[in-house]
Design a protein around this ligand. Structure first.
Ligand SMILES: CC(C)(COP(=O)(O)OP(=O)(O)OC[C@H]1O[C@@H](n2cnc3c(N)ncnc32)[C@H](O)[C@@H]1OP(=O)(O)O)[C@@H](O)C(=O)NCCC(=O)NCCS
Length: 347
């Protein structure tokens, strides 16, 4: 862009149906990062601008920005146009004097409680913050979302900002976003896990067989149906696709009925994550979840896992943060999801 040119804005988006296909984080809470933006006042420069994603030619520069952001802001998932998970028109690139200095994208999905989410994510190179790139990308993406939506009350804009990313949080707050719920990651060492307690009377665990999977999936669906806080329940095929092995699972049965379960999957680095913890309503508040967590931890220890991780939502009405803390997990990260009505912005 030559000097004297005004900030460019991407042409009107098409009405493409943006299916958010990204597998983001564990379980089905989608939580890409909105990396830190400077809270400083926008200082527009004639050489700054927004443009459409130009395809693979942009990928090297986008990756350069992403790595610079990760180096300064710490670990995080920074979705961009380069993943190919959303259409190019859902993405935006910020430039300064012809150099890519930031990127953003819009993901869209419908949550279990009917909330239609338009999630705006983006990041700006640490050396180029405080110049209005983040604000410009946010406004452009909001306008794009507004052009796709009807503005009905269940349609919302979303953004993410960890507690340790004050710039991103301020950008969202300044633009009318407020915390809707907070994802919480917890972790514990496995070596000192206590011996599992007895299951409530009448229940027993059995090794998991392939033919159990439909019943396990049905129990999960029953337990999570109607969950708010951003939850998206997986259909059977996507649930099954995420199953790697069941050595670390603990599933309690009442005869031929599943009573409750903790599923755990090995990950790299001697870690294992527990994506599903569910106890069917008739079996709750008898210590079953706690007993199954202990069994899964014991299985992890036997299989050489050193660190166990789990994700929940702070606002879970079943007080799951307390449940996991009683099981020895400690909070390692909080990730607030910000929202505001889509109707509050105009296309
Ligand atoms: C979260 C969930 C798995 C808990 O299952 P659970 O078997 O009821 O859990 P526990 O019995 O071990 O503990 C739950 C409560 O019962 C209490 N409790 C445990 N044994 C008890 C007993 N014998 N008598 C009375 N209360 C008891 C616990 O102290 C705990 O109390 P709190 O809510 O005040 O903290 C279950 O509510 C559920 O499936 N919810 C829906 C799905 C969900 O949110 N899953 C977690 C996603 S991260």
């Amino acid at each position: 862009m030559g000097p004297g040119e005004q900030v460019r804005v991407i042409p009107e988006p098409s009405t493409a149906d943006l299916r958010a296909s990204a597998t983001i984080g564990r379980r089905s809470w989608r939580h890409p990062e909105f990396a830190r933006q400077s809270p400083g006042p926008p200082v527009a420069s004639a050489r700054m601008g927004l443009r459409a994603y130009a395809g693979p030619d942009d990928d090297e520069q986008i990756e350069r920005v992403r790595q610079a952001v990760l180096a300064v802001d710490g670990d995080g998932w920074l979705p961009g146009p380069d993943g190919g998970e959303v259409p190019a028109e859902a993405c935006v690139v910020a430039e300064d004097a012809g150099e890519v200095v930031g990127f953003g994208r819009l993901d869209r999905w419908t949550e279990d409680d009917g909330t239609e989410m338009f999630l705006v994510t983006g990041c700006v190179h640490p050396d180029r913050r405080g110049r209005g790139h983040g604000t410009a990308m946010l406004r452009r993406q909001e306008a794009y979302a507004a052009s796709l939506g009807s503005g009905a009350p269940h349609q919302v804009l979303g953004g993410n900002a960890d507690d340790d990313r004050p710039g991103a949080r301020q950008l969202l707050l300044d633009n009318g976003y407020r915390v809707a719920f907070t994802l919480v990651d917890l972790s514990r060492p496995v070596a000192d896990a206590a011996a599992p307690a007895a299951l409530p009377a009448g229940l027993r665990t059995r090794p998991v067989l392939a033919e159990h999977q439909p019943l396990i999936h049905a129990a999960i669906t029953e337990c999570f149906t109607g969950s708010g806080d951003g939850f998206v329940s997986p259909d059977y095929d996507s649930y099954l696709a995420a199953v790697r092995d069941t050595d670390l699972w603990a599933v309690a049965w009442d005869g031929d009925e599943v009573a409750g379960l903790v599923t755990s999957e090995r990950e790299d680095g001697g870690r294992a994550d527990s994506p599903w913890v569910a106890v069917r309503p008739a079996y709750r508040r008898r210590g079953l979840a706690s007993a199954l967590l202990a069994r899964s931890l014991a299985a992890m220890r036997e299989h050489g896992v050193t660190v166990a991780t789990i994700r929940t939502v702070a606002e879970n009405p079943h007080r799951t943060v307390d449940l996991y803390q009683r099981a020895g997990y400690r909070i390692v990260r909080r990730m607030p999801r910000y929202r505001k009505p889509l109707a509050s912005v105009s296309a």
